[in-house]
Design a protein. Structure first.
Length: 338
């Protein structure tokens, strides 16, 4: 089925480890460790970046549009509304060595997607340039930027992007803005994230929808109803994504503007659903008669090549799909019992 590198993560719950990449020099010095500003730290990806950055011993500050009680130091920021000059003043005051931008929209509203994914990224890139400081930007992009892939072909960073959804188009526009900033001296990289899975996955993405549907069926004694399950997707654990972001923050240099963050292995969506059925104990029928996601319309195959991330970041995914789905389900059960 696959032509790329398989995810052979051995453990059910590997500990959060310091990334393998050698640390770069930081303005805040080795005594306190690098200061990392995580924007969008209350979202699915941002939450895990925040948690694992703290576990790695980094000096973490967070920012976003809503309060974040779990953060030691949090600032209210709306990239879509704040003037870049005001953002620059805030950044200069916080003195981060690295900004990890996890903010963005994943819905279907064009105005919201444009505001959060394009306007917000533009404001951040401009603000970073205005500070006059050597602040690295690690921006989370999306594999939706690539658009359709030929069946059996692994997508690498040289593949021309051809997004077919509004979401993918706005994420690609954000990548172009980061690349423009890089061309004018900004130290920046885009991590092009494939299909995230793992604890906390929301219902707006496929693994979260699958978990929600199984929970509904088991709770109500009904059957599972999903969209077509023939597509092949590259699922990567959200904790592996967070570790890649931290590795990019700490890398001594970033050779390329874009790095794929994936498992390197394509999986038929039906296999994911079968795994979830086994984990949950559901033994009823699974109907494939619901609508699919607008994010992946027309995408029957997608598998990422992760050679460059391995080479540049010293990073490899460590969680198996089974471990990711198990932790997703157990998190749902715990939240339901609370």
């Amino acid at each position: 089925m696959t032509t790329g590198r398989a995810n052979t993560g051995p453990g059910r719950e590997p500990p959060a480890a310091r990334p393998a990449a050698t640390r770069r020099w930081f303005a805040n010095g080795p005594e306190t460790g690098p200061r990392v500003l995580v924007i969008g730290a209350s979202g699915f990806l941002g939450t895990h970046v925040h948690v694992r950055a703290r576990a790695a011993g980094l000096d973490v500050v967070t920012a976003g549009r809503s309060a974040l009680p779990d953060s030691r130091s949090h600032f209210l920021v709306d990239l879509t509304d704040d003037d870049p000059a005001r953002l620059a003043v805030m950044l200069a005051g916080l003195e981060p060595d690295v900004v990890i931008n996890c903010a963005g929209a994943t819905g279907s509203d064009i105005a919201e997607l444009t505001a959060l994914n394009v306007t917000g990224t533009s404001a951040l890139v401009r603000a970073l340039r205005m500070t006059g400081r050597a602040i690295r930007l690690v921006h989370l992009g999306s594999a939706a930027e690539y658009g359709p892939s030929e069946h059996g072909i692994t997508v690498d960073e040289t593949t021309p992007p051809r997004p077919t959804s509004v979401y993918g188009s706005t994420k690609l526009a954000a990548t172009r803005l980061v690349e423009l900033g890089r061309a004018t001296g900004l130290d920046a990289v885009v991590l092009r994230v494939f299909n995230p899975v793992g604890p906390g996955a929301p219902d707006t993405i496929l693994p979260g929808r699958v978990a929600a549907e199984f929970r509904r069926a088991l709770t109500r004694g009904s059957t599972v109803r999903l969209g077509p399950l023939d597509a092949v997707r590259d699922f990567v654990d959200v904790r592996d994504i967070a570790d890649a972001a931290i590795a990019a923050a700490l890398a001594p240099a970033l050779a390329g503007a874009v790095l794929n963050i994936a498992s390197g292995s394509g999986v038929v969506v039906r296999t994911l659903v079968t795994e979830m059925a086994a984990i949950t104990g559901y033994d009823g029928p699974v109907h494939e008669d619901s609508g699919g996601s607008p994010h992946s319309a027309g995408l029957s195959w997608q598998q990422g090549d992760i050679y460059r991330a391995e080479r540049d970041l010293g990073w490899r995914p460590r969680y198996s799909l089974r471990a990711s789905l198990t932790d997703l389900w157990e998190g749902r059960r715990a939240a339901g019992a609370a």
